[in-house]
Design a protein around this ligand. Structure first.
Ligand SMILES: *Cc1c(COP(=O)(O)O)cnc(C)c1O
Length: 423
């Protein structure tokens, strides 16, 4: 059996495999909780975008905040992706895997002067500027360092991505981007600032978008702006439509990347902008369904109202349910055939009632069994914390019949490093 959206994760001979390898064997070798990623799954997601852009001048910049582990970045760097970064730390990670600086674009509303200076020093491809104040500061920093900063302005197209409020970013009252009405003025200012060179325009309307209409709307609005900006004599070399395409967590299927883009490109051509370099910044849709988190059942705790299945992974490892009430499928690694199922809330050991991974799940499990939390490739490890002084999990990248440990499990000594007793 294969779960929809997860073709590289399949149950064969009574147990879950990732590509050619048994998950139970990886858990035995590396312990739990454990993140396991499929390289083939990442490349398959990427190839849907590549098919969509075949024959176009385009650049796919992986939004690395979705999963910034070096072994994951390496997969995308080797596949020719650029990177969308949101901090100086992410810049160093991209450089560490050998990404050419010109393929790095820098998003985010709060870039510091130090981050700007470092990005200018290495020569990144574009700063996605998010406010008029940032334009001024960036120009100043660039001039001080004798450089010219390539800039794109992130515009806020004010479209509703119809997703969770915490992950929608393209509405008027979000902190992101420059309002539609201010865009032309901001471009005129950028064009006259001595430290800047205008190269493009960008937008990013939200995350986990499962419908094509917000993208269609955003494209029309961005192209309206492009018309106005170019009429003012400012030429835009690239148009960046951001990321945000959703994945299947629970049977809600977003459009396939290649189909979505064939519709969008048709509109782009119809409006006469088909010759521009296209950029996109997908994160979740490249890695989300390429990862699982393997966890061991510690205790079963039956109750009057609810039964709890207490596992060794928690909200510090998998923050999405606690943060967004997100759904992740949770399935036994070795299903007990014929055993009676009960309804459980799957919870972790952290001392918070918000520490749950799944609610009302039908499971036939016993302590010591392994469970797989699906769709855990994006916004899990990269958001993991050490709350409750819990070490972050190890990560394994599976490539066919080979498993590469790409991150060791943290030691408690790692967590206390840098702390000092008062003397
Ligand atoms: C987070 C983010 C992305 C990626 O979003 P996904 O939903 O993971 O595809 C792209 N661009 C910007 C500016 C972002 O902040």
């Amino acid at each position: 059996m294969t779960t929809p959206g997860h073709p590289h994760f399949a149950w064969r001979d009574g147990e879950l495999h990732v590509e050619q390898l048994r998950v139970s064997e990886l858990a035995r070798r590396h312990g739990t909780p454990l993140f396991v990623y499929s390289k083939a799954s990442m490349l398959a997601s990427l190839s849907a975008y590549q098919r969509g852009f075949a024959g176009r001048k385009s650049k796919i910049c992986y939004a690395m905040k979705a999963n910034s582990s070096l072994g994951v970045l390496q997969v995308f760097a080797q596949a020719g992706c650029g990177f969308d970064i949101v901090s100086g730390g992410e810049l160093e990670r991209a450089l560490a895997v050998g990404a050419p600086a010109r393929d790095i674009i820098f998003s985010g509303v709060g870039k510091t002067r130090a981050e700007m200076a470092r990005a200018l020093e290495v020569g990144i491809g574009c700063f996605n500027v998010e406010s008029e104040a940032e334009l001024e500061v960036l120009s100043e920093v660039a001039s001080t360092h004798g450089r010219t900063a390539p800039v794109s302005i992130r515009v806020n197209p004010n479209v509703d991505p119809k997703t969770h409020p915490y992950i929608s970013t393209g509405l008027k009252d979000n902190k992101f981007g420059i309002a539609h009405e201010r865009t032309l003025a901001a471009y005129c200012r950028a064009a006259e600032l001595p430290g800047l060179r205008v190269v493009g325009i960008d937008c990013h309307i939200g995350s986990q978008i499962t419908d094509s209409s917000p993208y269609m709307d955003a494209m029309e609005r961005v192209l309206d702006l492009v018309e106005g900006i170019e009429a003012a004599g400012i030429r835009l070399q690239h148009i960046d439509f951001g990321g945000g395409l959703g994945i299947d967590y629970q049977g809600v299927l977003p459009p396939a990347a290649d189909q979505l883009w064939s519709r969008l490109l048709a509109r782009l051509d119809a409006r006469g902008y088909g010759d521009r370099e296209l950029m996109i910044e997908p994160g979740r849709s490249l890695v989300g369904n390429a990862g699982i988190c393997v966890t061991e059942v510690l205790y079963l705790k039956p109750g009057e109202q609810k039964n709890f299945c207490i596992v060794d992974a928690a909200m510090n490892d998998l923050p999405r349910p606690a943060m967004y009430e997100a759904y992740h499928a949770i399935l036994p690694v070795k299903p007990r055939s014929g055993a009676d199922e009960s309804s459980y809330d799957v919870v972790g050991p952290v001392c918070e009632s918000g520490d749950w991974l799944g609610r009302n799940r039908q499971l036939a499990v016993q302590p010591g069994d392994l469970l797989a939390v699906l769709s855990a490739g994006a916004y899990c490890m990269s958001m993991a914390s050490n709350y409750n002084t819990r070490s972050r999990p190890a990560e394994v990248l599976v490539d066919g019949d080979r498993a590469h440990l790409i991150r060791e499990r943290e030691q408690v000594s790692d967590l206390m490093r840098g702390e000092r007793l008062v003397r």
